[in-house]
Design a protein. Structure first.
Length: 293
């Protein structure tokens, strides 16, 4: 063991799927003594050859380090892997994809067992781990004390963004951003469907679409400001009444192109509902309130 390795705090990692394996390799490359465990032991063989210690059980893996990082399939998998394991005095960082409610419950569960707890939402794909210029990061929420104490080690594979003491906030930020992403994908799919049967090269069309989406994405700042102030008519350029009046054209175009409107019609219906209860001069922000149950 080199002096550099000895100076780095040990890490235990539970879960060696694609992301877990990528995280493991970054900690090894940075000189952290690493203990790994995976339910399917064969997945650990390559990492063992690279210097990781392979534990024969989750309990022995947890016993090997004070910092325990979990990256498993789901919350049930976390409970099963750590069932009966002594967590007293450990720092548990859970990077498993869960709901905010599951994260809060898991935080209470960990604290009852004497562990400090952080929940994480990974905003990256495996190839981004250990590549700072790729821009990947992890949302963290829960114990601020734990985050500050382990920030350096946690920042080895991916950037870190602490979003609050509420353990559910990392998962909430994760799902909120990914939900917006899927909404963008839905709009992109509809746009490509509209040109699909025409003599329009999708590759030539793509830069136009990408630039347009990038420009429109700046509108999130205005929406945020209106939500904070409660004034949905602040800074409006194209008001709700005008936009609702234009929706029949979009639906007629889809009909004419032989394209299902199922990806855009629900949003148009929300716009019209908001117009019925709001002001003609509003922006689209009031749609947010219609989604709240």
């Amino acid at each position: 063991m080199t002096r550099n390795t000895a100076a780095k705090p040990p890490v235990t990692l539970l879960g060696l799927g694609a992301m877990g394996t990528a995280l493991a390799r970054t900690w090894l490359a940075a000189g952290h003594p690493l203990t790994v465990w995976n339910r399917t032991a064969a997945r650990a063989e390559a990492l063992a050859a690279e210097g990781a210690k392979v534990a024969d059980s989750a309990a022995s893996a947890v016993a090997a380090s004070a910092l325990i990082v979990v990256c498993l399939l789901d919350d049930d998998s976390v409970g099963e892997a750590l069932d009966g394991v002594d967590l007293a005095g450990r720092d548990l960082v859970n990077l498993t994809t869960t709901t905010p409610a599951q994260a809060r419950a898991r935080a209470a569960w960990a604290e009852e067992r004497g562990a400090r707890y952080l929940d994480g939402g990974i905003m990256a794909v495996p190839p981004m781990a250990g590549v700072p210029e790729a821009g990947g990061y992890v949302f963290y929420s829960g114990s601020r004390e734990l985050f500050e104490a382990r920030r350096e080690a946690l920042a080895v594979p991916l950037g870190t963004k602490y979003v609050g003491a509420d353990a559910g906030f990392a998962a909430l930020h994760d799902v909120a951003l990914l939900s917006a992403m899927y909404g963008m994908f839905a709009g992109t799919a509809h746009a490509f469907a509209l040109i699909r049967r025409e003599d329009i090269d999708p590759v030539a069309f793509a830069p136009l679409l990408a630039d347009w989406l990038a420009a429109m994405a700046q509108g999130v700042h205005g929406t945020a400001a209106q939500l904070r102030s409660g004034d949905y008519s602040e800074g409006v350029v194209s008001n709700l009444a005008m936009q609702v009046a234009g929706t029949p054209t979009f639906l007629a175009t889809a009909e004419g192109q032989g394209v299902s409107p199922e990806l855009i019609r629900p949003y148009f219906e929300l716009m019209r509902r908001r117009l019925d209860v709001g002001s003609d001069e509003e922006d689209l922000t009031g749609v947010v309130d219609l989604l709240l149950r």
